[in-house]
Every structure is written in structure tokens, then in C-alpha cells.
Design a protein around this ligand. Structure first.
Ligand code: SF4
Ligand code: SF4
Length: 134
């Protein structure tokens, strides 16, 4: 069972305290950045009709062009970004998802953006709680 999403500031603290995104320890199950990079990302390409038919309808975009996303995040991604994530349709995931390899340019681009987002959350949390030190 995946841990329910915590508040963004907590996630950022956990993630950045481990320096997870700044290292070359590419643990996809503690990342998920590429699955929340853009709604344009998890698009279908050369999948067969048979393979696409296996993906639950709830996870497919309205125009059937790819995975359904909410705020850039694929709805098949469960868990908390940067902490503990999983793909609900791992065995059925699209080709683009299979092609993104830990450490490749697309992976690094997605992780950079997630780092930036988490740092913004951290900065916002620090401004809201100026007396907090941990
Ligand atoms: S491929 Fe890279 S960006 Fe995607 S989940 Fe794995 S480590 Fe994160
Ligand atoms: S289908 Fe799975 S691997 Fe692909 S973007 Fe969605 S959650 Fe990530």
C-alpha cells in the first residue's frame, strides 16, 4: 500500500534531505518525475490496438491520444512524488514510459523540474513558518 500523499512541504523536506534528485541514485520508485512532467508526455505511439485496449479506460485521455493527466501528472501514478510512487498499469504502460531510462536526458530534465518545484514548495513553507528550524 502506497503512503497517502503528504503535504508538499513535508515531501520536499524528505526529498531534499536525502538529496535524492541531486545524485545519480536513480530510484524510480522514489521519484516519479517523468510521470508528472507534462500531459504531453505519456502519449501513445506505436502500441498495437490490442495493447491499448488493455489499459483501463479511466486512465486514457478523452481524445484517446495517451494517458489521462491531471496537472501534468499521469493519473496512473500513485503515491507521493519524490517519496514513494508506483505505476498502476506498469505491465501495460505505453512505449514512451518504457523508453525513458533512469539517467537519460529526458529523465534528467524531468528530475530537474521536480527539484525546482520542490524547492519552491520549501521556499514557500519557509516563508509561512519563519520560526521553524527543522
Ligand atoms: S526514469 Fe528518471 S525521472 Fe523517471 S521515475 Fe525514473 S528516475 Fe525518475
Ligand atoms: S503510465 Fe505509468 S509509467 Fe507511464 S506516465 Fe503513467 S504512471 Fe508513469
Amino acid at each position: 500500500m502506497i503512503t497517502p500523499p503528504a503535504d508538499p512541504a513535508t515531501v520536499a523536506r524528505i526529498f531534499l534531505s536525502g538529496e535524492a534528485l541531486k545524485t545519480e541514485d536513480f530510484d524510480c520508485q522514489a521519484c516519479g518525475a517523468c510521470c508528472a512532467y507534462s500531459e504531453e508526455w505519456p502519449r501513445f505511439s506505436l502500441e498495437s490496438d490490442e495493447d491499448l485496449a488493455k489499459i483501463p479506460e479511466a486512465y486514457v485521455s478523452a481524445d484517446l491520444s495517451g494517458m489521462r493527466c491531471e496537472s501534468d501528472r499521469c493519473v496512473a501514478l500513485e503515491g507521493t512524488l519524490g517519496l514513494h510512487v508506483g505505476c498502476r498499469i506498469y505491465a501495460l504502460r505505453p512505449i514512451v514510459c518504457r523508453d525513458c531510462m533512469p539517467g537519460d536526458p529526458e529523465c534528467l530534465m524531468a528530475r530537474d523540474r521536480l527539484t525546482e518545484t520542490l524547492q519552491q514548495h520549501l521556499h514557500g513553507a519557509a516563508q509561512e513558518t519563519p520560526g521553524e528550524t527543522s
